[in-house]
Design a protein around this ligand. Structure first.
Ligand code: PCO
Length: 200
């Protein structure tokens, strides 16, 4: 990967496709991640990051061709000696926007606290906040209603991140309530509005 990339909005020739880094943490809603990657890849260059927990819900065999899926193993296996590429830094440089969908309660807490113990959280910890971050929380209603959620989301908003609000519906455990991840089509639409028609 090149160390520096032209911004999507740079003057001169036609704008290049937006570069979107899509990241998934571990939630039952991660079953929707593949669909989100497919939708966004129709109009953007997409790279994907999955936490170890997210991988429980992702079928590598059906993951879209042309969307590289990076995991914690890639972060470690690429680095042998000083001077080698550091994956979370390269991804942070490459991307025009970061989307975390789903954002689990655990990853929300880690991001709010500045923890960086895996590839996804290292990208966030290294992020350039002049570039957008969208997060789509997903969790059981009891977790969503827990006071920690509002506190942690307030920190994310203060950092400039945008929250794609969860919806009320039947959850994976059978409970009915708020906490279901926004539909991939909604998340995709939110991103398209940010990039605007000139890039699509
Ligand atoms: C645990 N967690 C969840 C996660 C949030 N749920 C959702 C939706 C899915 C089905 O449409 C699972 C994607 O309900 O985002 O349910 C509950 S105990």
């Amino acid at each position: 990967m090149a160390a520096h990339q032209e911004p999507a909005s740079s003057g001169g020739g036609p704008p290049r496709r937006p570069r979107v880094l899509l990241a998934a943490s571990g939630s039952v809603a991660t079953i929707k991640f593949e669909g989100l990657c497919r939708s966004v890849a129709e109009w953007a260059d997409v790279r994907a990051v999955a936490t170890a927990s997210a991988l429980h819900f992702i079928d590598g065999a059906s993951f879209p061709d042309g969307v590289p899926l990076y995991t914690d193993d890639d972060e470690w296996s690429r680095w042998r000696r000083v001077g080698n590429e550091v994956l979370h830094i390269e991804l942070r440089r490459w991307a025009d926007a970061l989307v975390i969908a789903p954002l689990s309660a655990n990853t929300l807490a880690k991001v709010a606290g500045g923890l960086c113990d895996n590839l996804l959280t290292c990208v966030v910890r290294a992020w350039d906040y002049s570039k957008p971050v969208y997060v789509a929380p997903a969790m059981n209603t009891f977790m969503w209603d827990n006071p920690f959620t509002a506190r942690h989301l307030a920190v994310l908003r203060e950092l400039g991140m945008s929250i794609v609000q969860p919806v009320t519906k039947r959850l994976a455990c059978g409970d009915y309530g708020n906490g279901a991840m926004a539909e991939p089509s909604e998340i995709c639409k939110t991103l398209m509005l940010f990039f605007g028609p000139q890039h699509l």
